[in-house]
Design a protein around this ligand. Sequence first.
Ligand SMILES: CCCCCCCCCCCC(=O)SCCNC(=O)CCNC(=O)[C@H](O)C(C)(C)COP(=O)(O)OP(=O)(O)OC[C@H]1O[C@@H](n2cnc3c(N)ncnc32)[C@H](O)[C@@H]1OP(=O)(O)O
Length: 165
Amino acid sequence: MDQPKPYRELPTRLSHGCFGCGSENPHGLRMIFHTDEKSVFSEIVIPDHMVGWKNFAHGGILSTILDEIMGWSAIYLTKNLVLTKSIAVDFLRPVPVGTTLRAEGRISKVRSDREVAMEGFLLNSNGIVHARGKGVFALFKIDAAMKFGIADEKELRELERVFNL
Ligand SMILES: CCCCCCCCCCCC(=O)SCCNC(=O)CCNC(=O)[C@H](O)C(C)(C)COP(=O)(O)OP(=O)(O)OC[C@H]1O[C@@H](n2cnc3c(N)ncnc32)[C@H](O)[C@@H]1OP(=O)(O)O
């Protein structure tokens, strides 16, 4: 008998142009996310054209991945929409392009109903951490997100529906 999967995919395959997760950006990372309900994670291979020095991934790309994983973790785990207020990244070991990485995000501290501190990690296939991020995210209920113009109403209603916000 099939065992239930210990994790599931988040419904983030929305057709939009986000560099991190949009399915309509041919130059983007096209990240797909899974959750075990305590964290959100994503397997990713950084393409060759995102190289920095030698064959190592550009630090800005690693920061983007950490921003993205912490952002979706914040959305899913707090049930709010988010905007990044700040991020800080520690680059611990170079990341070669073309290798499989695991990005992982989780809540560090819910500071108020409008702000959450998150942490994110980029690990190689042996579980070694290559980069670590900390981020502070503004939390928005749907009505506030509309007021701030984070997305148009149709997109927000869709996010509300698929994420039970
Ligand atoms: C679509 C998803 C895709 C899903 C995307 C998932 C992936 C995420 C990963 C990537 C995310 C990004 O890169 S996001 C892109 C990078 N980040 C950004 O662009 C954020 C730029 N920063 C900002 O817009 C701003 O700093 C804010 C909104 C964060 C904070 O604004 P602020 O102006 O300092 O706020 P503040 O003075 O305190 O308040 C001004 C007014 O806003 C209200 N206000 C402030 N914060 C909030 C709040 N959280 N909820 C309600 N209302 C609020 C206050 O009551 C006040 O109202 P009143 O008194 O005037 O009525």
